[in-house]
Each structure stands twice: as structure tokens, then as C-alpha cells.
Design a protein around this ligand. Structure first.
Ligand SMILES: *Cc1c(COP(=O)(O)O)cnc(C)c1O
Length: 449
């Protein structure tokens, strides 16, 4: 009984897969404040041209530069596991596989795009990168990548996480980054928010505003985003490409693929390469799993909205809960974004992928079951995919159907022990976002068209 399915380094993918090539209709353009499509050059104040080209590309394959491949080889190819012990614990006829992205130095999938973004910025002569971070996963990943390629990194960290997760901050600082609790007094956006809410706990949208504002104001500085954008999802497709090769080694193919979905990058990363097969006629269900407290796909609307809190970014056509949506302080910090990737949103709107929302307690219950059977302690974000997989595996136990299930273990939870403490001591609660609060945020959507 094989447990770890390993790919030799020599078989690590050489190209990223661009799902746009297989989408039935092209993605909608980003819009400016005037409601007109933003020309790609307009993004050049904060991104290098190479990444802007990837953002708007429709080419099926994009080559991974050799230096990026060399950096990725520190942890890739990541192992694919057959979850024999979880299957036994569930007494299910389902076959469960998971891709372990926790093996990267930062402990999640995010370095896959961080090293690529740092390298392309370095090539463009950029010296500094700014970014935001919620739970700290992305800030750590970019700090690591900046260190690898000799770029300074400044991180605006959502204040509530800065206070709840001091060790993530230490890790960023160990990798050489500067970290500030957002909102700060250092940017116009931060000052604007603080003037209205002096005790604002911060949000990803606010921190994005701060990081973008600083990058737009300095020649030597660009901005890097850890999710949502097309080029970020592109860089993550190495996950699904590897998984396909690994499953082929054991002669298997998934009926369903699950991933937690915040901005959509690890979901797109594992699911899109399977979408290529689906577009070619193969049966495979791709399921994005979100928290019921931040139910962007399942309860948001498909509309143009800003990517940040104060309207500095272009408008993106996506599922959104409203750019001023204030998510509750749930423990899956990486899943608290108000919007979602435009690519994921479009595929969902066209019924080509699926989404489901899971309450917090069920996710931790699944995470603890996973830790007790497979050993690895999952990130609270990853617990969403585990919970969805467990539900399906239990359904298989009822029906006797031996489905093949694959999920993305997007990261480990070693920095999230406060959350586990609270769950284990019975302090955690479920939180359904009230319909009235969602309606309120949605009233503030920008008017376009
Ligand atoms: C950031 C993060 C997520 C959510 O982000 P996506 O862009 O939706 O992938 C999920 N899992 C982990 C471990 C993360 O760090």
C-alpha cells in the first residue's frame, strides 16, 4: 500500500497552465473608475510588464524561468499522499488523496507564486516590494522570496492578526522583512480608515490599499498580491499539474477535487489543470470550499467591485460580499477576503465549477480528525477542504460508492495553535454572516455600466 507518491525533481513541471485557454468565453476586463477597460500599461505603476502580460495572457502554457524552478526545487515537487489512515477512520470505500503544500519553507502553497513574483520584479530592476498579509502566510512567503532574490519587503499586516499571531511576524522579520500593523498612519488610506474607526481591527482590503498606495508612489517599489489575480493563480497551477502526474503513477484519477477558497489561488492551483481535462470532455467535479462566515461564492453577488477597501484597485468582475465587508474574526484568516478570483468567479458563474460553505466548528472537527489519523496538523484554511472531503467520504460510506477524492492540504497549522486551543477548550462558535449585513455591504458596490 503506497502512502507517499513522489515525483522526481527532474519531472517537476516546466510550464504553468493558463486556464483562460480552455474557458468557453474570455474573462471580463478590469475596469477603471470611468467604467472603461484598464489598459495593461496602466498597471505598470505597481507591477512589472512580465507579470502584466501573464495577467492578460490567453496562451495555454507559460514557461517557468529556470531560476524560479531552481528556487521551487527547495520543496517541490510536493508529495501526494494516499490518506489510508483517514479512510480507515471514516470506514469509507472512497479513496482519499491529498497534495501536501505544507512542505514549503513558509508552510503553505503561497511561496509557489512568491518566488515567481520576486524573480520577475528583480528582472525588471525593482528593489523593493510592498504587500499586505492577513494570517501572515503570504507575508512570510514574500519575505522568504525577497530574501532569496535580494529584494526588500515591507508588509502591511491586518492588525487583528498582527496581535493574534506574533510568531508569523517574527518569521517575516527573520526572513528580513519589515512588518507594520494595518491600518497605519503611514499612508493616506490608513489615515482615512483610522479617522473614521480609530480602533479598526484592519482587513485585507485596507491593508491592500496601504501597500498599493506606497508602491504606486515609489519608482523602485512594486506591489505583490498573494492571491486573486490571474498571474497568481497561474503560478499555483504547478500544484495540479504535479498531482495529475502523481495520480497517473498509481493509475488513478479523481472524481472530485476540493480546495479551500479565499481569493482562489490554491483552489485554482490544484483545480485548473483538471479543468483542462473537463473542458476536453472528462468527468471531474471541482469544488471550492469557503467558510460560512465569509461566503463569497455561495452568498455574494457576481458584480464589478474593487479589490481593496477604499477603491484604489481597478474594478474586477467577481463574486463579492462588498469591498467594505468586515469579516468576523474567524480563525481561518486566509479565507476572510471579500471577493474572489475573477477566473474562479467566472467559471463558477457558468456552472463549470462548484462551491460550498462549511461552518467553523465542522472544519476544526475535520482538522482534528485529520491530525489524529494522518498526523499532519492542518492550517484552519485547509480544514475547510478536509471537512468537505470528509462529508463526501461519509456519503460514500452510506452509498457504498468508491469515489476517488483529492484535496489540497494548502498548509500546516503550526502557527495557528491559539485557534486549536480555543476549539479544544470549547470556546469556538459558528458564525453565519447575517443576511442584513451582507445586503448593507452590497449597497456600496460601485455603479458601472
Ligand atoms: C492563504 C491561504 C489560503 C487561502 O488563499 P487562496 O488564495 O484562496 O488559496 C488557504 N490555505 C492556506 C494555508 C493559506 O495560507
Amino acid at each position: 500500500m503506497q502512502t507517499k507518491i513522489l515525483l522526481p525533481e527532474a519531472q517537476m513541471p516546466t510550464h504553468w497552465y493558463n486556464v483562460v485557454a480552455d474557458m468557453p468565453t474570455p474573462p471580463d476586463p478590469y475596469l477603471g473608475p470611468d467604467g472603461r477597460p484598464v489598459p495593461p500599461e496602466a498597471m505598470a505603476a505597481i507591477f512589472p510588464m512580465s507579470l502584466i502580460e501573464q495577467e492578460v495572457s490567453a496562451e495555454r502554457w507559460v514557461a517557468i524561468p529556470e531560476e524560479v524552478r531552481e528556487a521551487l526545487r527547495l520543496w517541490r515537487p510536493s508529495p501526494l499522499y494516499r490518506a489510508h489512515r483517514l479512510e480507515a477512520a471514516l470506514n469509507t470505500p472512497a479513496k482519499i488523496y491529498y497534495k501536501n503544500e505544507a512542505v514549503s519553507p513558509a508552510g503553505s502553497h503561497k511561496p509557489n507564486t512568491a518566488v515567481a513574483q520576486a524573480w520577475f520584479n528583480k528582472q525588471a530592476g525593482i528593489k523593493r516590494l510592498t504587500t499586505e498579509t492577513g494570517a501572515g502566510q503570504w507575508g512570510c512567503s514574500l519575505a522568504l522570496a525577497g530574501q532569496m532574490f535580494g529584494l526588500e519587503v515591507r508588509v502591511y499586516m491586518v492588525k487583528v492578526s498582527y496581535e493574534q499571531k506574533p510568531y508569523r511576524r517574527s518569521l517575516m522579520q527573520t526572513w528580513g522583512a519589515e512588518v507594520f500593523p494595518s491600518p497605519t498612519e503611514m499612508t493616506g488610506a490608513g489615515r482615512q480608515i483610522l479617522a473614521a474607526h480609530a480602533d479598526s481591527p484592519g482587513s485585507l482590503g485596507i491593508a491592500i490599499s496601504e501597500a498599493v498606495e506606497e508602491a504606486a508612489g515609489r519608482e523602485d517599489t512594486n506591489y505583490a498580491l498573494g492571491s486573486v489575480l490571474n498571474h497568481v493563480l497561474l503560478h499555483q497551477t504547478i500544484i495540479g499539474e504535479e498531482a495529475k502526474k502523481q495520480l497517473a503513477l498509481v493509475g488513478d484519477y479523481p472524481d472530485m477535487v476540493f480546495a479551500p477558497c479565499g481569493g482562489g489561488s490554491n483552489f485554482g492551483g490544484i483545480a485548473f489543470p483538471f479543468f483542462a481535462d473537463k473542458a476536453a470532455g472528462k468527468q471531474v467535479r471541482l469544488v471550492a470550499v469557503e467558510p460560512s462566515s465569509c461566503p463569497t461564492l455561495t452568498r455574494g453577488v457576481y458584480a464589478y467591485d474593487w479589490g481593496d477597501a477604499v477603491g484604489l484597485t481597478p474594478l474586477m468582475h467577481m463574486y463579492t460580499l462588498g469591498h467594505d465587508f468586515m469579516p468576523p474574526g474567524i480563525h481561518a484568516g486566509g479565507l476572510r477576503y471579500h471577493g474572489d478570483s475573477a477566473l474562479v468567479s467566472k467559471l463558477y458563474n457558468e456552472g463549470l465549477i462548484e462551491a460550498m460553505a462549511v461552518p467553523q466548528l465542522e472544519t476544526f472537527e475535520a482538522g482534528v480528525l485529520f491530525a489524529r489519523s494522518e498526523g499532519i496538523l492542518p492550517a484552519p484554511e485547509s480544514c475547510h477542504a478536509i471537512a468537505a472531503t470528509v462529508r463526501e467520504a461519509q456519503e460514500c460510506a452510506r452509498t457504498g460508492e468508491p469515489k476517488t477524492l483529492l484535496f489540497n492540504l494548502s498548509g500546516h497549522g503550526h502557527f495557528d495553535m491559539t485557534s486549536y486551543d480555543r476549539y479544544l477548550s470549547g470556546e469556538l462558535e459558528n458564525f453565519e454572516y447575517p443576511e442584513a449585513a451582507i445586503k448593507e455591504s452590497l449597497q456600496h458596490l460601485p455603479k458601472v455600466g
